[in-house]
Design a protein around this ligand. Structure first.
Ligand SMILES: Nc1ncnc2c1ncn2[C@@H]1O[C@H](COP(=O)(O)OP(=O)(O)OP(=O)(O)O)[C@@H](O)[C@H]1O
Length: 298
């Protein structure tokens, strides 16, 4: 009885407090379309709009979020899973106060977590001293099994494509797996590296036409980013273009993407809590590890 009342009080507290966290995974069908570039710039643009942003990065090395922001990770989420470090000790502080969690190889370990380790992980994210408004997740490109849990656990999915035919066909293949294997229906599309807004429109409408014909999905045109030398220069400086070249066309494109994201409605039936995301992440890892055929890999 006392427990039930406590649960109700907790439920009420959550309803009254605006602790909705928007959790968005950025993914792509193939590598090098500029997914990490979009992610870090979007993060800084959102932070400049007053949002507290966390980045969860599955990559390692030069093209990881930490590498591109010139940060040095000493630990990663694996150390949290092993209870060697707290989540706060693992997080790195990036530009505009964005927090970066390098996940190392932890995503591969999630499928085998014991119940108590899972509880520990969920609690670590739920009890962060600084509440987050947005979590952006950088998932490795493609349909390999370790990609999917990060996509399946997120509330919203952004697929980054560029105008290369291979990028579009691989993005379509990824959307198809997520739709037919896992019933995901809504996808936001960002077209990167375009020469003009018209080119972005053509890329999106081609994808939307094929998707409409063969899949039961809804594709939303989130926006585009121009091919611009300043983006590359910012990368070489270990900075974002939003921060290093705020007057550039590319910086404006990222600010537009951030504004668009802020207008998304809260997804129906979503509680929007960090712990729900972590629980879903562990469950998706178990499901994709147990049934590789649904990922198209069997
Ligand atoms: N719109 C753009 N204009 C110019 N250069 C860009 C643009 N987008 C990305 N780049 C450059 O392309 C390179 C690769 O980008 P990035 O690492 O973001 O790709 P990715 O899709 O995340 O790759 P991976 O899948 O391997 O992680 C970087 O040097 C980046 O600066």
């Amino acid at each position: 009885m006392a427990e039930a009342m406590q649960d109700q009080a907790e439920g009420l507290r959550r309803l009254l407090s605006d602790d909705f966290v928007r959790i968005v995974t950025l993914t792509s069908g193939k590598r090098s379309v500029g997914k990490t570039t979009v992610l870090i710039n979007l993060a800084v643009a959102l932070a400049r709009r007053g949002k507290q942003v966390m980045l969860l990065d599955e990559h390692q090395g030069k093209h990881s979020v930490v590498g591109m922001l010139g940060l040095t990770p000493y630990y990663n989420l694996t150390h949290v899973l092993r209870r060697e470090q707290s989540l706060e000790q693992v997080m790195l502080s990036g530009p505009e106060g964005i927090m970066v969690v390098p996940s190392g190889r932890s995503v591969q370990e999630l499928a085998n977590l014991s119940a108590s380790d899972m509880e520990w992980l969920v609690r670590s994210f739920a009890q962060l001293a600084q509440p987050m408004d947005v979590v952006l997740v950088d998932a490795v490109a493609g349909v390999a099994g370790n990609v999917l849990p990060l996509s399946l656990a997120a509330q919203e999915l952004v697929v980054v494509v560029d105008p290369q035919p291979a990028s579009m066909t691989d993005a379509y293949a990824l959307i198809k797996v997520l739709n037919q294997g896992f019933a995901r229906r809504n996808f936001h599309i960002v077209v990167n590296r375009v020469a003009s807004p018209e080119e972005a429109g053509v890329v999106f409408s081609n994808m939307a036409k094929v998707a409409k014909r063969f899949l039961k999905v809804s594709l939303d045109f989130m926006g585009f980013v121009p091919q611009e030398e300043k983006i590359h220069r910012a990368t070489q400086l270990g900075r974002t273009v939003v921060d290093a070249f705020p007057d550039s066309t590319a910086a404006q494109a990222f600010r537009d993407l951030a504004e668009k994201m802020e207008q998304w409605p809260h997804p129906a039936g979503e509680q929007g809590q960090m712990e729900v995301f972590m629980q879903r992440l562990v469950q998706s890892s178990r499901a994709t590890a147990a049934e590789p055929s649904r990922t198209g890999r069997a």
